[in-house]
Design a protein around this ligand. Structure first.
Ligand SMILES: Nc1ncnc2c1ncn2[C@@H]1O[C@H](COP(=O)(O)OP(=O)(O)OP(=O)(O)O)[C@@H](O)[C@H]1O
Ligand SMILES: [Mg+2]
Length: 245
């Protein structure tokens, strides 16, 4: 199911919003000279919205996305991902969300280099029991959409940085996720190639998928209905109350 409201077990409508409430995340800075702290009072990402996060290097964009994706744990506060509360002990909830509902595009991606691109793209379909033939077809279709029709059988290590980045996008999209979390997904491609990534994301968004991404790319910003600016670890945005320290 793509977005909006889904019935909870007890029949009460449960929103698919993603919400961070009074979140903080602190890292000691190497050498002990200081620390990085990300904080917000409330950040709500509505189902079906497209949110862009910008801010200077080190502002905390990746940290924020990783908390939204359940890849990093806040030190304090509460978090809901697609309407499900995910606390520090919610490994099984998280595993299910990641497998079935999240599409994550990392800033620095990692592939299984000994496996062909199509296997890398479609690996998340394995636990769902999708047969190899269908996985391959779905991977090829998504790769084609991103201008990589010919790369399906190649090994990832023969591809360029920009090609690998699009493989990472394809891998996040192939399972038709409800929430796409993307960390600078066009940082290594030219404008023309980036347009393919933008189109692919727009198609999912039009179909109801929630998109949240960090970027400096105007083409991705233009598609957004909300722009969050991170300033030295705090959120400053009309939709976010009480910007952090
Ligand atoms: N695992 C970690 N351990 C210690 N410090 C960390 C860790 N991850 C991030 N940080 C620190 O948190 C701060 C924010 O980093 P983050 O990667 O979120 O920034 P960013 O806005 O994504 O930057 P960029 O634009 O360079 O990708 C930085 O000061 C960084 O050094
Ligand atoms: Mg980053």
């Amino acid at each position: 199911m793509a977005n909006g409201h889904r019935p909870a077990g007890d029949g009460v409508a449960m929103t698919d919003a993603t919400r961070l409430e009074a979140i903080t995340r602190r890292y000691p800075v190497a050498g002990g000279a200081g620390r990085f702290e990300l904080s917000s009072t409330t950040l709500e990402i509505e189902a079906g919205s497209w949110t862009v996060i910008t801010g200077p290097s080190g502002a905390g964009k990746t940290t924020l996305l990783q908390i939204i994706a359940g890849l990093d744990e806040p030190d304090a506060g509460r978090r809901w991902i697609l309407g499900r509360e995910v606390g520090p002990d919610a490994e099984s909830t998280l595993a299910l969300l990641r497998r079935e509902r999240l599409g994550i595009i990392y800033q620095h991606d990692v592939f299984l280099e000994h496996l062909p691109v199509w296997e890398n793209v479609s690996c998340r379909l394995v636990p769902a029991g999708v047969p190899a033939r269908e996985r391959r077809e779905r991977a090829r279709a998504t790769l084609t959409e991103l201008g990589l029709a010919g790369a399906a059988d190649a090994r990832p290590d023969v591809l360029s940085g920009g090609e690998r980045q699009r493989v990472a996008v394809a891998r996040a999209l192939v399972g038709n996720p409800d929430l796409i979390i993307a960390d600078e997904p066009t940082s290594q491609v030219d404008r023309e190639t980036g347009a393919l990534v933008v189109q692919a994301l727009r198609r999912r968004h039009t179909a109801g998928t929630t998109v949240v991404l960090a970027t400096h790319d105007p083409a991705l910003m233009d598609a957004a209905d909300r722009h969050l600016r991170l300033h030295a670890g705090g959120l400053a945005d009309p939709g976010v109350t009480g910007a952090g320290s």
